[in-house]
Design a protein around this ligand. Sequence first.
Ligand code: NAI
Ligand code: MG
Length: 354
Amino acid sequence: PTFRIAAIPADGVGAEVVEATRTVLNEIARNAAEPFELSWEEFPWGSHYYEQHGRMMPEDGLDQLNGFDAIFFGAVGWPSVPDHVSLWGLRLAVCQGFDQWANIRPVRFLPGVRSPLRRADTADLDWVVIRENSEGEYAGLGGRNLGARGAGHEVAVQSALFTETGCERIIRFAFDMARERDHRKVTGVTKSNAQQYGMVLWDEVFQRVAADYPDVETELVLVDAMAARFVLHPESLSVVVASNLHADILSDLGSALVGSLGVAASANINVERRFPSMFEPVHGSAPDIAGQGIANPIGAFGSAALLLDHLGLPAAADSLRRAITAVTAAGVLTPDVGGQASTKEVTSALIEHL
Ligand code: NAI
Ligand code: MG
């Protein structure tokens, strides 16, 4: 079969890691036990496009992407464009436009990558953050008003939206995922003691859904305690499900604990498959190292493994995950994880292991 993939490298190191990922995925397609083909189309959208056209992508951008089997995204953000403009104009526009309501962010420890966790062995650690990706604190509701009292007295309101349907679908998604893991446990995260409407609704839905999964262990934890738990007792985690904002923060903490933002993978899934899903490393455009050829491509490669899962190619996904582990174990590492290898050297080493 042939799969059509839309590539959006966008800004900074996004372009570097997307190029590396295309090379790796094409190699996997060629050498798979049951070969498949990838047909790539690249979309030159992002902050440079904005400088020329006044928008991050064309008006019919979503129409152009619709119909692809998947989207592979680099990163957005460049000093010439305000961050909220670039994020809303491209990445969130695609996520929300295609109702990619489930964001999967594995916290996967890698041999050879030093974790700041103070423990001798991290090989037993493996959990996944499931992020609600369509509403919550990033619903874009609110406004700013200077009011009658003038300068220095501006008021801004930023509301969070929680719907019962939105909570239920992401929580069920988390429980279904827990059933496929060795440790069948779901931890729900909120701040329902302080935020008494949306987050209490979330907790109630969580408890109702949990009753349908008697074989899955459950707990509800407040987000501040959860941040501490990530550091102090990560072995107690398997599937962690949280709102858009909370899971965003917790998953960055997770990748820092693994050793670098550069190794964290993610998938934005339209579970109903009505629209294409989008796969991207968790990190941003890293302007501080962009153009130097030293961006860590491992986060993008891990995202490519999630893409292969989504295309129904689990054997290819596993071979990629094994190759990632082999490369880090062999010490072929970029500077962010303590090595001296370039993006290209990590990529070539990985292709050897394939
Ligand atoms: P960032 O993730 O770009 O960088 C944070 C730190 O991690 C930097 O020191 C960077 O060098 C390092 N880093 C990130 N990715 C790396 C990689 N692949 N290899 C090695 N080191 C890596 O976050 P920052 O600096 O807060 O934001 C920079 C820009 O990226 C901003 O415009 C921001 O809005 C945007 N951004 C975009 C995201 C996305 O497209 N999903 C996510 C986060 C930020
Ligand atoms: Mg983030």
